[in-house]
Design a protein around this ligand. Structure first.
Ligand code: 3HC
Length: 338
């Protein structure tokens, strides 16, 4: 908790607004920099620069949207899971993603935005969600590969976010990462089972790996030289590593796992570089990444249409909840007045 910043902000703006007199702004900025630079946590009531607040809303909202849209590719297989055990696991995982979305929307609300507003921005394509969820899940092996590779990439990207400078985001990430780690293990376990099966099952796994490997690398975002936000986000300690650093870490951890599983990655340039102590890998198709982010991926239209329809179909639930809350509030007031 940045006590000093809070004290300053409260003294400067007792009504809770961030509109502080100019003569105190420098002092507030310095206190904020000291908190962030000293590995302290910025909390919702602390003063923060407007750019920091906007960057967090952008990143955390995109993250929340990704969790919610990310339920769709896997939800596609719940009714077709091959056994009760696999169905129960998949149901639990998809429910976890919903929970992650809700923690993250709650974190954005501490920054002064409403989740209804963010949902509107998602369904009108004004805010992004992760490119990875615009690819189709064609076989049940995709469920295993999503757990292993996609959740694996998510863990690699998100564990450092547990040390993000914004308190509510960092705390949400601790819980999310614990659950993501379970998600990855169930994916790997499913794939091991398939790899111990028939030739056709092994081929199904390899086919899924071939389709998901490059999109998983794209999850880490553009190359550092083309990432407009990284530098400032690192300075504010919202992000703790660059996109390329995390992508390399992910490649290095995934190759031995692929070997243990008995699959290969579709990259002829993938090889160990003893000098760097890391794997070299081939060029990412950034044109594909850009197209998917801009809405031209294989499933973008379907994902957004589904989310829009779910939102519209849920209107009666929101209306009922609001009517119930209004009734409770009226009763409370009557009770106070009596
Ligand atoms: N898909 C879609 N958009 C992407 C993207 C991707 N894979 N990678 C980057 N972008 C967007 C950024 O949002 C940014 O857009 P904007 O400036 O218009 O808002 C633009 O491309 C430039 O990228 P930057 O590198 O400058 O952006 P960031 O500094 O925000 O870095 C990030 C991108 C690494 C994804 C970072 O935002 C981050 O770490 N976010 C938190 C994690 C997250 O959102 N993960 C999404 C997947 S969630 C998930 O995997 C769920 C699990 O259940 C599987």
């Amino acid at each position: 908790m940045a006590d000093e910043t809070t004290r300053l902000a409260t003294a400067a703006a007792p009504d809770g607004t961030t509109d502080v007199p100019e003569h105190l702004r420098r002092e507030l900025e310095e206190a904020f920099e000291r908190t962030v630079g000293g590995e302290g946590r910025v909390e919702p009531r602390d003063w923060m620069p407007e750019g920091y607040r906007r960057t967090l809303i952008r990143q955390v909202a995109q993250h929340a949207h990704s969790e919610i849209i990310g339920m769709q590719p896997e939800g596609n297989w719940i009714l077709r899971a091959p056994s009760l055990r696999r169905k129960a696991i998949l149901l639990a995982k998809v429910q976890d993603e919903a929970g992650h979305g809700l923690y993250l929307y709650s974190a954005t609300e501490t920054l002064g935005v409403d989740r209804g507003e963010l949902t509107e921005k998602l369904i009108s394509s004004k805010q992004k969600y992760s490119s990875i969820f615009n690819y189709p899940t064609l076989t049940f092996a995709d469920i295993g590969v999503i757990g292993w590779l996609v959740d694996g990439a998510a863990i690699c990207n998100q564990v450092p976010l547990c040390r993000s400078s914004y308190g509510p985001y960092a705390r949400a990430m601790v819980r999310i990462c614990k659950e993501e780690s379970f998600h990855q293990r169930q994916g790997f376990e499913l794939l091991r089972t398939l790899m111990a099966g028939t030739e056709a099952q092994r081929a199904m796994v390899q086919d899924a790996v071939d389709r998901w490997w490059w999109p998983s690398l794209m999850m880490f975002g553009p190359a550092d030289g083309d990432s407009p936000n990284t530098q400032q986000s690192m300075a504010w300690r919202i992000k703790r590593h660059t996109n390329d650093e995390l992508r390399q870490r992910y490649v290095d951890m995934s190759v031995p796992q692929a070997e243990a599983l008995g699959v290969t990655f579709p990259d002829p340039e993938l090889r160990w570089n003893a000098e760097r102590g890391s794997y070299d890998f081939g060029a990412i198709d950034w044109d594909e990444f850009t197209a998917v982010v801009k809405g031209a991926g294989p499933c973008n239209a379907q994902r957004l249409a589904h989310r829009r329809a779910a939102h519209e179909n849920g209107q009666w639930v929101r209306d009922a909840a609001s009517a119930y809350a209004a009734k409770q509030e009226a009763r409370r007031r009557e009770g106070v007045a009596a």
